[in-house]
Design a protein around this ligand. Structure first.
Ligand code: V47
Length: 371
């Protein structure tokens, strides 16, 4: 049941959020200033009420999950991002690179119920163009029916450079080799100031957005993310979200937004920072739901959020928990203490415990089974 707007506005006025409940109820677009106020307010539970209202308007009482697996094909990387605990140089302790045969075997060994493989890795140009096509083919040889969600914009940028061909031809090659959609990583925070300080060797916002636009126009769906909790300001977070919303207005190619809380452990430059607390994690979900009015789904990635906070996020605007996940390395190398994977029964339990109806989805958010 919706709370009376007058009561919400009265509370919003005290919380520095005057006018926002009315906009939310009337489905009016929020401004960057509204977003900033939402980052600054102490009334987190009001944000939750508003975000939950939007979420239930869009998805009713359903929370999605999928059955998926990860293949992080290599941790060799030459970008040396200060926030990343996963990267290695060949020869370093723990460095690895899977051959196409090994990728095929991983897929053969994976949970037979998995409908998606999420395949991302570091950037190592010496692997060559064909490698990136070969591991897609290998994944499909291992499991011909699986949806391959692979390569962030950062990898795609490198693949295009290696191919020395126009982007549309590269995307066709990738599609033919087995690529079905792309994940949302690599965006980090679009702020050029933060990039210069922490990941100067990684592509900037303009290129990320240009590639995402071209990829959407080519017919691929992708996800989008924001990495928060490093040294960015709240204004920079809002600018990031505004860029995502602007591109979505143009292409409608983003399926889901995933706010990613920064995990400091084992990172080269930022291990002194704290992991964003549970309220910050919930706030990021709620602001994502309220501000990104044109992105259909908000994902509470349980690996990163922790299980109890991910469960609560389902009442703060999230309608998706991601999947069962196995073999995830990026977050676990950075100190995530969540389990390595969950089975279907545990995911169903997590969703039901907070009063939502679980539905298994495929990568493109088509319902496979409602429980
Ligand atoms: O781009 C790296 C982030 C991203 C750390 O599309 C870190 O469905 C926190 O994008 N602490 C990769 N974050 C993960 C990703 C993702 C995850 C789940 C689902 C989907 C999807 C996409 O992880 C990177 C970077 O932004 N990251 N290191 C760290 N220490």
């Amino acid at each position: 049941m919706l709370l009376p707007l007058r009561a919400l506005e009265k509370r919003a006025a005290q919380a520095g959020l005057a006018g926002i409940p009315t906009k939310v109820r009337q489905q009016e677009r929020l401004t960057n200033a509204d977003g900033l106020a939402m980052y600054q307010t102490e009334d987190l539970s009001l944000l939750g009420v508003l975000a939950n209202e939007v979420c239930e308007r869009m998805h009713g009482n359903v929370a999605y999950y999928n059955v998926n697996t990860h293949v992080n094909y290599t941790n060799w990387c030459n970008r040396f991002c200060g926030f990343c605990a996963f990267q290695r140089r060949p020869g370093d302790d723990g460095a690895y690179c899977l051959s196409p045969d090994e990728v095929e075997q991983e897929l053969k060994d994976t949970n037979p119920e998995a409908t998606e493989v999420h395949m991302v890795g570091g950037v190592w140009p010496a692997l060559g163009y064909e490698y990136f096509l070969d591991i897609l083919r290998a994944a499909k040889r291992g499991r011909p029916d699986i949806h391959v969600k692979a390569y962030t914009m950062v990898e795609v940028d490198e693949i295009i450079r290696l191919a020395k061909k126009p982007i549309s031809e590269v995307l066709e090659d990738l599609k033919e080799a087995g690529l079905d959609s792309m994940p949302g990583g690599g965006a980090e925070i679009f702020s050029e100031r933060v990039r210069q300080k922490i990941y100067p060797k990684k592509m900037g916002a303009a290129r990320w957005l240009e590639l995402a636009e071209a990829i959407h126009q080519h017919g691929f769906r992708t996800n989008c993310t924001m990495l928060y909790g490093m040294i960015e300001t709240l204004e920079e977070r809002m600018e990031h979200l505004a860029e995502l919303r602007k591109l979505q207005d143009k292409t409608n190619g983003f399926q889901t937004y995933i706010p990613l809380a920064f995990h400091p452990k084992n990172t080269p430059e930022l291990s002194h920072l704290p992991f964003p607390g549970p309220t910050e994690r919930l706030r990021s979900i709620a602001i994502g739901r309220l501000f990104l009015d044109n992105i259909p789904n908000i994902k509470a990635y349980w690996i990163m959020m922790g299980l109890p906070v991910a469960q609560l996020a389902l009442s703060f605007g999230a309608n998706d928990l991601d999947g069962t996940v196995s073999q995830e390395k990026v977050y676990h190398d950075a100190g995530a203490s969540t389990p390595e994977n969950l089975d279907r029964a545990r995911i169903l339990q997590l969703i039901q415990e907070v009063g939502r109806r679980p539905a298994e989805r495929d990568t493109l958010y088509r319902t496979l089974q409602a429980h």
